[in-house]
Write a protein that binds this ligand. Structure first.
Ligand code: ADP
Ligand code: BMX
Length: 290
């Protein structure tokens, strides 16, 4: 096989950047890097270009899955607390000038949903993918199609307004919330350190995890009542953390026959977005040559 079959895939979230060389649903090689804090889109593109430097000339197309919404190649944050992207950053144009190739750009949770539908836990099912990570993202696959809505917004469950203030749902569930809750409990750190503390028997950490999981259970019940997917696939650094899916499952109200929530762990784990965007790129390039 030659490089004609290879896709350069990126997955940029609020905490980490991943890059991979993908061929036919397999990662040939992949690397990861922390998303630089206090930086901006130009910096993150430079970091992605450096990550991919060793693969120059070994791919025929490029796909990027990003936190935030992508419309006609322009990238915007919906929640600047998750990643401060700004509004209408010319992502496709800047990647083109950096890599010399036009990239397909899509929301990260939508890409991960497609990856799980094509190769993972959601194969052949009507499914919703939920990432619990720096924010909370979502992707919807119904009838074999990724539903992006008419403006790329579909699936953005983390932006559902909640409470009296109508603040985004993710602000009381996700990695950024874990860090605030840990600080308030007198144990500054990240979601990762909260799970480590819980594993060491710290009850304050258990309380934070259970509160987040209970709120995710309410979200799953709501989505089940609206879209009635066959399954809900859970991914993301927190979503995949030890015991977290089980805590969501335990908090789901099974007394009501209406909401039959069936939860599955993302079987592609952290690679779902990379594999999903690579497949989307290949489908787009095939369609454009037909
Ligand atoms: P991104 O949001 O950039 O896609 P992740 O999916 O890794 O990145 O999610 C980042 C969040 O997940 C952070 O809050 C981080 O602390 C948390 N996290 C990462 N790994 C773990 C882990 N093994 N256990 C618990 N939390 C984790
Ligand atoms: C936010 C939103 C979504 C994203 C989700 C998970 C921004 C910058 N992002 O709801 O587009 O899918 O976070 O993002 O508004 P992640 O960084 O946790 O993967």
């Amino acid at each position: 096989m030659t490089h004609e079959q290879n896709t350069l895939a990126f997955d940029l979230g609020g905490t980490k950047i991943a890059a991979a060389l993908v061929r036919e649903g397999r990662l040939l090689d992949s690397v990861r890097l922390a998303t630089r804090e206090g930086a901006g889109p130009d910096d993150w593109i430079a970091d992605m270009s450096a990550l991919a430097a060793n693969w120059r000339g070994r791919f025929c197309n490029v796909g990027i899955a990003v936190t935030g919404v992508v419309r006609d190649g322009y990238w915007s944050a919906l929640n600047r607390a998750t990643l401060d992207v700004g509004v209408d950053y010319p992502l496709v144009e800047r990647l083109h000038s950096e890599l010399g190739q036009k990239a397909l750009a899509v929301n990260d949770a939508q890409a991960a949903a497609w990856g799980e539908y094509c190769y993972g836990a959601g194969q052949g099912r009507d499914m919703i993918f939920l990432t619990v990570s720096t924010g909370v993202g979502g992707g919807i696959v119904l009838g074999g199609r990724l539903w992006q809505g008419n403006d790329g917004l579909a699936g953005h469950v983390g932006q559902i307004p909640v409470g009296e203030t109508g603040q985004p749902f993710e602000n009381e569930v996700s990695g950024r919330w874990f860090a605030r809750a840990a600080l308030a409990a007198g144990h500054p750190g990240t979601a990762k350190t909260v799970f480590q503390a819980a594993a060491a028997g710290e009850r304050w950490a258990d309380a934070i995890i259970l509160q987040s999981a209970a709120r995710m259970a309410r979200l799953c019940e709501t989505l089940q009542a609206i879209l009635a997917p066959d399954i809900i696939v859970i991914g993301g650094g927190i979503g995949l953390a030890e015991g977290y899916l089980e805590h969501i499952d335990a908090a789901v109200d099974r007394s009501s026959r209406c909401t039959r929530v069936k939860l599955f762990r993302a079987s592609l784990r952290v690679d779902a977005g990379l594999l999903g965007v690579a497949d989307l790129v290949n489908r787009a390039s095939t369609e454009s040559t037909m």
